[in-house]
Write a protein that binds this ligand. Structure first.
Ligand code: URA
Length: 238
């Protein structure tokens, strides 16, 4: 793996800014392979060096992966002049690393949002060719029926000519309002809402539950986030 500067490696844990790392190094509180680090600019291979700060050994990664439980009312853009974005929910350290959301959720959609500075993984997760399933829980007005599932499976053409790949629709409850799970392998603009609206079942609530192997941690309340575990990251890379 390519070598990275010590301050970047340590800042990628999201716990200290690069400026704070420089201070820690200056104060002799950073050890690399058991020796006090001389400079924050020295380059190391994250996979083969052992770095400790204040006596605690760190798990180092080249890139940072954050799981956020996106709440409704927040944009999943990186910048917005008018409203809050998902980046405002993170720490200043994570913002400085330059993580960005992998795909978008609508302002009123809740649920799993991955943020990373790993452009290659982000691209792979979003590419329809890679067949990464995204699963959504939706509540709709109207009674969902087996014909709706068949239409999803066949691949729908929406009113404006938008062609959708075959998708999954599992009915959880059917009545005046219904609940379902929708599985997509692509992410066109407002896709779940548009597909269900095309079946005459407008969405009243939408939440993303998973993306490939990555499932929303149900201990995270809306607005909370955490770094991915090493196991989650390894599975996602596969
Ligand atoms: N489909 C939608 O309609 N909205 C989202 O936020 C995500 C998928």
């Amino acid at each position: 793996m390519a070598k990275e500067r010590l301050d970047k490696l340590i800042a990628s844990t999201g716990r200290w800014s690069r400026r704070e790392v420089k201070t820690l190094v200056r104060e002799g509180r950073v050890l690399v392979d058991g020796r006090i680090a001389g400079s924050a600019e020295e380059k190391y291979d994250a996979e083969s060096c052992r770095v400790a700060v204040n006596g605690e050994e760190l798990v180092l990664q080249r890139y940072t992966y954050v799981m956020l439980h996106k709440p409704a009312g927040v944009l999943s853009a990186t910048e917005d002049g008018r409203g809050r974005t998902v980046l405002d929910l993170l720490t200043p350290e994570l913002r400085k690393i330059g993580v960005f959301p992998v795909g978008r959720l609508d302002k009123d959609t809740e649920g799993l949002l991955l943020l990373t500075d790993d452009g290659e993984l982000a691209h792979a997760l979003l590419s329809p060719k890679k067949h990464v399933d995204k699963v959504y829980y939706a509540r709709v007005s109207g009674r969902l029926a087996p014909e709706d599932c068949a239409a999803f499976e066949a691949g729908m053409m929406l009113g404006d000519g938008l062609e959708c790949l075959p998708a999954g629709l599992e009915i959880l409850a059917a009545g005046e309002t219904s609940e379902c799970l929708v599985t997509l392998r692509e992410g066109k603009f407002h896709q779940v809402k548009r597909m269900l609206a095309a079946r005459g079942k407008p969405v009243t609530y939408l939440k993303r539950l998973s993306m490939g192997s990555l499932r929303l941690d149900d201990t995270l309340a809306p607005g909370e986030f955490r770094l991915l575990t090493a196991a989650e990251e390894a599975q996602l890379q596969r």
